[in-house]
Structures are given as C-alpha cells and as structure tokens.
Design a protein around this ligand. Structure first.
Ligand code: PLP
Length: 389
C-alpha cells in the first residue's frame, strides 16, 4: 500500500494517541485543551489521502484487480451517513436489508445469504468449516489465499489439479479426484489469474455432479464482469437444492475493494454454519455502501464499460505485438510477453507501472489488471519498448 511508516508519522501518531487518551481524562474545558493541543501539533496530521489510501501519486496500479471507478456516488453518500452513526455497532436490520436486496435479485430467501467482510472472509470461513474434514480439491492455479489460510493453520490440505492445456480448470479430473474424505471442491469462475470464464452449462453440469459427492464452492468474484452473467452463474444449482455455495464480492464490479463487503449464497443450513464461523462484523459504513450501490444500474453499466474498454486496449496492444494471451472476461489479462514474468514486472516497476509477478512455476505468464484508462495507456505504451528491447 502507499502508506509508509516513517519515524516522523509514527511519532506523531503516538503523540496523537496520547493526546486522545489525555482528553478522555480531562474534566475541565476539553474544547480549549484540545484546541491548545492541536496548536502544539499533538494530533496526527490530517491523513494525506493520496499517500495513505490508494495508489501513490504517479503509480499506475495494475496489479491487484481493483476497479478504480468505484465507489459509486450512491455508495459514498451512504458511507457518509453511516459514518456519522459510527459510535454504534451495525444494526442487524441493516445487514438484513442488504441480505434482502441480494436475495430478491437472485430469487432466494434472505436466510440463504450471509454478508461477509469481503468475499475473502467467506472463503476463509468455508476453508475452516470444510478443510478439517479433508483436502480441498482445487485447480492448480486459482485464487488460493483463503485455502492457504486454512492450510497454514494445519486445518486443510489443498489437492491441486493440473489445468488443461488451454489453461482451463480440468473439471473431469477434479471430479475424479473427489474421495469420501474430500473436504470441499473449490472452483473459481471466471478464474484468477487466467481470466477464463467457463460456460455456465459446462460448469453447472460439473458442479452438479460433484455436489452429489462433496460440497462445492464456486468463487464468482468476477462474474458481474462477464458477457452474460445470468447464463454463467452456479446460483441455479443452489435453488435446485445441490450442495453448492457461491461467493461474491463488492470489490470488483462495484469498485469497493477497500470497503470490504462480500456475501455467500447457499442453503439456509449452510448459511447458518458460515455465520457461526465468521470472525468479523462488517462495518456499518461498508454495509451502508453496499446498500447504496447494489441496485445502481447506471453505475454498474458505466463501471463495466470502462473495464471492457481498458481490457480491449490491453488485448489490442497484445494483438499488435503478436503476444499470446488468454481470453479474459474479467478486469485483468493473463499474457506472455516473451520475458519471464518477474523481469517484466521489474521493468514496468522502473516506470512506476505495477503489474503482477510470476505465479508458482508459470514463469512466462504475466497478469495485468485494468485500471484507470490513462494508466492502462501507460502500460500499453511501455510494453512494446520492453518486449522489443
Ligand atoms: C477470485 C477471487 N476471489 C476472491 C477474492 C477476494 O476478494 P474480496 O475479499 O475483496 O471480496 C479475490 C481478490 O482478488 C479474487 O481474485
């Protein structure tokens, strides 16, 4: 992140905390005291938005699959209103309101929705629930942070199934790897870092068959970005009573990665287990933001069109250079530059352009995220120089 802890800001933060502590004990005119303390410079300086949050000035941040076009104004308005009530724990009614809105769109009951602090929390909770039962069967390459979280605690093992030659999840091989001991299967559609979206009919047929043998989790973090979301989602399987859990997030299409809201859709029984396993209470500001923008169709359409435009800028550049890439339906592209991924990452970093480095042993494959159009343009101008150097 942009924030660097220096001696100077560490010291001033400490001084500020001390001042706040003292203010709490004061019995006299606290307003005068705090004004005096402020005059002495006892409080931390106003956060400098540019360096504390978001990318450092001048950095083209294209490495983390964020969507710089959020949060929507409809979300920001709600955040402000909720922040004013930040003294209070989040009302259950607020969480239920958001769950109700999500349930209504997907034609399920609100009890089937669990609101989480980013979908990462949901996936971590699932790894904790199912990991101890047995291995998590997953594609070799997927967003594995949450499965690794349970694995690092000794609570899960991951059975990674090689991708097909065209870098797809090998669904038949994954199904063949299921045993009575399997904890759960984790699918990711579209997958990260490949960006490949599997057709709904294919993934649903496979997930349905696997769910007869074990619990199937489908991470749909990027699904709102695909060409035809309705045809691709695995949510219909949940309505058919299959042992399937879908996770989604406000971090991508809604551009709220730092706000932290995600959710699961599952059976009501599974939802109860997830709620029980959750570790955090989603802040009222986050719930408010999600309520504000969930049905903001104008924002969603605008956000998607910017992402698609940026993605096309990237693929046009790759086409011009004759570089191979996977067909992405997400806000990132997995491509080969002809250079090892870490070398390209370093060369880009020297020009203040941040892209992803190597995944596992996939040395030739680089991942670049769509970001602000002007930042993507910088990447597109820099790439030909680097690959032709
Ligand atoms: C496939 C996938 N799932 C889930 C997440 C977690 O997102 P969040 O916790 O912000 O919802 C990410 C983050 O990049 C991701 O790529």
């Amino acid at each position: 992140m942009g924030y660097r802890l220096t001696r100077r800001n560490l010291f001033s933060a400490g001084a500020g905390a001390a001042a706040v502590g003292l203010a709490g004990c004061a019995t006299t005119t606290s307003a005068t005291a705090s004004a005096a303390a402020e005059a002495r410079g006892a409080f931390p300086p106003e956060p400098k938005e540019a360096s504390l949050f978001g990318p450092e000035p001048g950095l083209a941040l294209l490495s983390r699959n964020e969507n710089p076009y959020g949060p929507a104004p409809s979300a920001l308005k709600m955040i402000e209103a909720a922040a004013r009530k930040g003294a209070y724990y989040t009302n259950e009614e607020a969480t239920k309101t958001l769950a109700g809105m999500i349930a209504e769109r997907h034609g399920v009951s609100p009890e089937q929705i669990v609101i989480t602090t980013g979908s990462g929390e949901a996936l971590s909770a699932l790894a904790l629930i199912y990991g101890p039962k047995g291995p998590i069967v997953a594609p070799r390459l997927f967003w594995d942070t949450t499965a690794l979280y349970a694995a690092k605690l000794g609570l899960a093992e991951i059975t990674r199934i090689p991708l097909t030659e065209d870098m797809n999840m090998d669904l038949p091989a994954m199904e063949a790897a299921i045993t009575p001991e399997t904890g759960m299967v984790q699918l990711c559609n579209p997958n990260n870092p490949t960006g490949i979206a599997m057709p709904g009919s294919v993934i649903r047929a496979a997930a349905s068959s696997m769910a007869a043998k074990t619990t199937v989790v489908v991470d749909e973090a990027y699904i709102e970005l695909v060409d035809d979301e309705a045809s691709m989602t695995c949510i219909p399987l949940i309505k058919e009573g299959k042992d399937v859990i879908v996770t989604r997030t406000f971090s991508k299409i809604y551009g709220m990665a730092g706000i932290r809201v995600g959710y699961t859709i599952s059976s009501a029984e599974t939802a109860a287990k997830i709620r029980y396993t959750q570790m955090s209470w989603t802040p009222c500001t986050s719930i408010a933001a999600a309520i504000g923008c969930y049905n903001d169709e104008a924002f969603i359409a605008g956000s998607k069109s910017k992402i698609v435009e940026a993605r096309e800028m990237i693929t046009t550049t790759l086409d011009t250079l004759g570089l191979p890439y996977l067909k992405s339906q997400t806000n990132f592209v997995y491509f080969q530059s002809g250079m090892p991924a870490n070398d390209l990452q370093k060369a880009m970093a020297a020009e203040q352009i941040s892209i992803r480095g190597q995944y596992m042993d996939y040395t030739p494959w680089s991942r670049v995220s769509t970001g602000k159009l002007e930042d993507v343009e910088r990447f597109c101008k820099a790439l030909p120089r680097m690959v032709n150097a």
